[in-house]
Design a protein around this ligand. Structure first.
Ligand SMILES: Cc1cc2nc3c(=O)[nH]c(=O)nc-3n(C[C@H](O)[C@H](O)[C@H](O)COP(=O)(O)O)c2cc1C
Length: 368
């Protein structure tokens, strides 16, 4: 009997199964406001136990890609309301992924065409983003080298996360997930290669994790319920020029211990793979479990069998699927019935119109 498809209580939220739709940027919002096509897309996937939205920037400065819907303005809140209503009509549950890209941005996307910000001035070498060139045309351009945030500015970013969480609440989300993974702002602070600060936000593990934990605390205070707050982490990630470091395991176990004190909805671990290999081992997951007593979601290269095994071994509570959810809107039903999975078209992952977005049919139906 499948444990993945059973109901699951996640903090205060009752989920219809343990299958999570992983957050996925799809970059289909020219004005950065969620709209009816997003409601259609997420509504089609409401069979997931929990949907985590695409990363939604907490401020214009947090924006790192063109055409991504944010969550800092009233207009954006109204846009997202259409999405949450549609998912709730279909008895789904949905969290907003709150995002600040830090150094992974381009000056054309930044307020006043300024440099993006980070823990330090360390640039992300060889990383490209979808931004505007001098003539205003869109294309893949190298990210702009960042400047270091001042302590006051760090506090402002924390406040932006809290404000975005309030906005998510007003938009009807069931909760929020702070994006602490994939080389974005919090990971830029965790990693001593990108964080060479000498103040209270750099140096020791406590200092490098302080910004993320303070942001979690402010988000909890803004929402008023820690059981509706989660965080995503990608231990040992090497994406977007994140370099390996000696204390990586201790850093994430420290985060686990600290997050355990906060009674969150969950910690969402994304295995980013490196060189085609898993970097989040079962051994690490067991250690993380010992450090962090709450619910754990795992994402990254999972299929139904692997996910069942991880849950059965007690290493995780829920399993998240990214690419399979793009091309299989009814993924949990396909798991339940052993139906064949459709393969997604990578060319339509980012940008463009409805093709490759809302036109993947449920099993046995014809695309309309
Ligand atoms: C098109 C695309 C966009 C993504 N955007 C995000 C994002 O906005 N936030 C995030 O945390 N991860 C993002 N990811 C990573 C996914 O959440 C997931 O962790 C990854 O795809 C691995 O899971 P999979 O092997 O099931 O696809 C994205 C992945 C894809 C394919």
């Amino acid at each position: 009997m499948s444990n993945l498809l059973d109901r699951h209580e996640l903090g205060a939220i009752s989920l219809k199964n343990r299958v999570v739709m992983a957050p996925m940027t799809r970059a289909r919002n020219a004005d950065c406001v969620a709209a009816s096509h997003n409601a259609t897309y997420y509504g089609q996937r409401a069979g997931a136990g929990l949907i985590v939205t695409e990363g939604t920037p907490v401020s214009p400065q947090g924006q790192g890609y063109a055409f991504v819907p944010g969550i800092w303005s009233d207009e954006q809140v109204v846009g997202w309301r259409g999405v949450t209503d549609r998912v709730h009509e279909r008895s789904g549950r949905i969290f907003a992924q709150l995002w600040h890209v830090g150094r992974l941005s381009h000056s054309s996307l930044q307020p006043g065409q300024q440099r993006p910000v980070s823990a330090s001035e360390t640039p992300a070498d060889g990383v490209m983003t979808y931004a505007f060139d001098h003539s205003g045309g869109l294309g893949f351009l190298p990210v702009t080298p960042p400047r270091a945030l001042t302590v006051n500015e760090i506090e402002s970013v924390t406040a932006e996360f809290a404000n975005a969480a309030k906005n998510a609440d007003s938009a009807g989300f069931d909760g929020v997930e702070l994006h602490g993974a994939n080389g974005y702002i919090f990971e830029q602070f965790f990693n001593p290669n990108s964080n060479v600060r000498e103040d209270q936000y750099g140096g020791s593990i406590e200092n490098r994790t302080r910004f993320a934990l303070e942001s979690v605390d402010h988000v909890i205070a803004a929402i008023g319920d820690s059981a509706r707050v989660g965080i995503r982490l990608s231990p040992f990630s090497q994406s977007f020029d994140m370099q390996p470091y000696d204390e990586a395991e201790q850093t994430y176990l420290h985060l686990g211990q600290e997050l355990a004190k906060r009674n969150l909805a969950y910690v969402h671990i994304n295995d980013q793979f490196a060189g085609g290999n898993r970097v989040v081992s079962k051994d690490f997951l067991a250690k993380f479990r010992a450090a962090y007593s709450g619910s754990v979601i795992l994402a990254g290269g999972l299929n139904q069998q692997l996910a069942e095994d991880y849950v059965a071994e007690g290493l995780i509570d829920l399993a998240a699927f990214g690419q399979p959810f793009i091309s299989n809107p009814d993924l949990p039903e396909r798991f339940r019935n052993n139906w064949e999975l459709a393969v997604p078209n990578k060319d339509t992952f980012y940008g463009g119109g409805l093709e490759g977005y809302t036109d993947y049919p449920d099993y046995g139906r014809v695309s309309v």
